[in-house]
Ligand binder design. Structure first.
Ligand code: PA5
Length: 467
């Protein structure tokens, strides 16, 4: 597979020349240019600092990449399975990379072709955990516990279960089957890792969960899968360099942010992410967290209550043409649809001839499936545009490590710019913390007595409303 490629952002169908008054004119963009410029400068001046440490990851991971690749090769040699225990930003990146860059039936391939089987356990549904334990031999499994805070209940619960099972099966040697990826100083996982002697990779400071795919959180699982992580980082660098101008016409992520911001201010409260490639299906999940958790905020940086946020929706082309696209073409003008297209599929399949007597079927014959999916993508773009619904397209020349890295960086930059335009803290997640704290209180964790009291005094449910 080639390790180069391009990403192009096509915003034609966001413009009034295509969708009339729903869209934007060049004058509208010009009017917003100062907002974009100030967001660009804010990001430029703060990148690498505090919670913007992620912006430097494409440039500062070289040393760790070598260590990761050595560890990954050992894991492939010694183990049959690699299981990630993590949630949110500690899971969605590894899932997206696995889907994008590995065989789409990876775990079902013969061992020689696939290396280790790969699982990401990002829920605490007991049936799911037990189902995993039914199909893996824990002795031959490497568990990668990923948690930046080292305290997330879901991940720590999974860790405790696995640890207990491993200890029973492997005795003293159990620690060899666990790798911890966590903060260097903060949290409990690092303390446990030191005490028990787990191999550990660190999540650098200034890298929040949803911005962490380009550090060991995402790089180790990817390397274990044989993905070229250097090429992924190179792709991120290419996009970062492509986004180094304060002029939105020369900076695709800045233009995407400006248009999202403008659309949001015009009442477009929903952002649909619709890749036309199964390999990119879970990029939409990763994006949903990035966009939702970063921009969904109650207060702005001046303390003003704003309750901002555009609701991210995941869709898959062409599958969801047969479920959601009716709504997108005829429903309310409350959304932007971002389509991700792929020029060249890594493999393609001819639709064979042989239906000459059925013209309504025969028109398909002699074309490839790749041609068909791309034609349907163009047709959907046309239908959305004709019905005056805002849409834009991100075109990848093909899906590979390089373009995947470009795509990640594009979305992270777009999110950072958009958050700066909205004057919010893009990198915190107080709403998530609230749920975490309520769980601690309900489970009687020490230090959460006040929260417990608050929960006990909250309005009680009325049985009348449960029928
Ligand atoms: O983006 C984030 O910071 C969150 O979604 C976290 O990734 C998620 O809550 C898991 O946290 P942690 O990695 O601390 O276990």
């Amino acid at each position: 597979m080639s390790k180069t490629g391009t990403l192009k952002f096509d915003f034609n169908n966001m413009m009034s020349s295509m969708v009339g008054s729903e869209g934007f004119s060049e004058a509208d963009i010009k009017e917003l240019q100062p907002v974009a410029e100030s967001a660009f400068n804010y990001f430029k001046n703060n990148r690498g600092k505090e919670m913007m440490g992620w912006a430097d990851l494409p440039y500062n991971q070289d040393e760790i990449v070598d260590e990761i690749n050595v560890t990954a090769a050992e894991i492939r040699k010694k183990y049959d399975n690699f299981v990630v225990l993590g949630i949110g930003g500690s899971a969605l990146g590894p899932i997206a990379a696995f889907q994008a860059l590995c065989h789409l039936r990876h775990n079902e391939l013969p061992k020689k072709q696939r290396g280790v089987k790969f699982y990401v356990e990002d829920n605490i549904d007991p049936e799911r955990m037990l189902a995993l334990l039914d199909v893996i031999d824990v002795k031959k499994t490497m568990f990668n516990v990923i948690t930046k805070s080292g305290a997330t209940s879901e991940t720590m619960a999974q860790y405790l279960i696995i640890c207990d099972i491993l200890k029973k099966r492997l005795g003293d040697k159990y620690a060899k089957n666990i790798i911890a990826t966590t903060s260097k100083e903060k949290g409990n996982l690092i303390k446990l890792a030191k005490k028990e002697g787990y191999k550990t990779f660190y999540i650098p400071d200034g890298v929040g969960g949803r911005f962490s795919q380009l550090c060991p959180v995402g790089l180790l699982p990817a390397a274990v899968l044989g993905i070229d992580i250097k090429a992924m980082l190179e792709g991120a660098r290419i996009m970062d360099e492509k986004c180094s101008s304060s002029d939105p016409y020369s900076n695709p992520a800045l233009m995407a942010a400006l248009l999202s911001y403008a659309a949001y201010k015009k009442g477009k409260n929903i952002s649909v992410m619709m890749p036309y490639a199964d390999s990119l299906k879970y990029i939409a999940d990763w994006y949903a967290q990035l966009w939702g958790e970063s921009l969904g905020k109650a207060v702005d940086l001046d303390g003003k209550t704003v309750n901002y946020g555009q609701t991210p929706v995941k869709a898959l082309g062409v599958t969801d043409q047969h479920s959601q696209v009716q709504l997108y073409t005829e429903g309310p003008f409350d959304k932007i649809i971002t389509i991700i297209g792929v020029e060249k599929f890594r493999k393609d399949l001819m639709i064979p001839k042989g239906a000459e007597e059925f013209p309504d079927v025969n028109f398909l014959c002699g074309h490839t499936m790749g041609e068909l999916i791309n034609t349907e993508r163009v047709a959907t773009e046309y239908a959305l545009t004709r019905s005056k619904h805002l849409n834009n397209t991100i075109m990848l020349s093909e899906v590979n490590e390089n373009t995947f890295g470009q795509l990640l960086m594009f979305f992270m930059l777009e999110t950072a710019y958009c958050g700066a335009m909205l004057n919010i803290d893009t990198f915190n997640q107080p709403g998530v913390e609230e749920g975490k704290n309520a769980t601690y209180a309900l489970f009687n964790r020490k230090g959460y007595e006040k929260k417990k009291e608050e929960l006990e005094n909250a309005p009680k449910k009325n049985d009348k409303y449960i029928i």
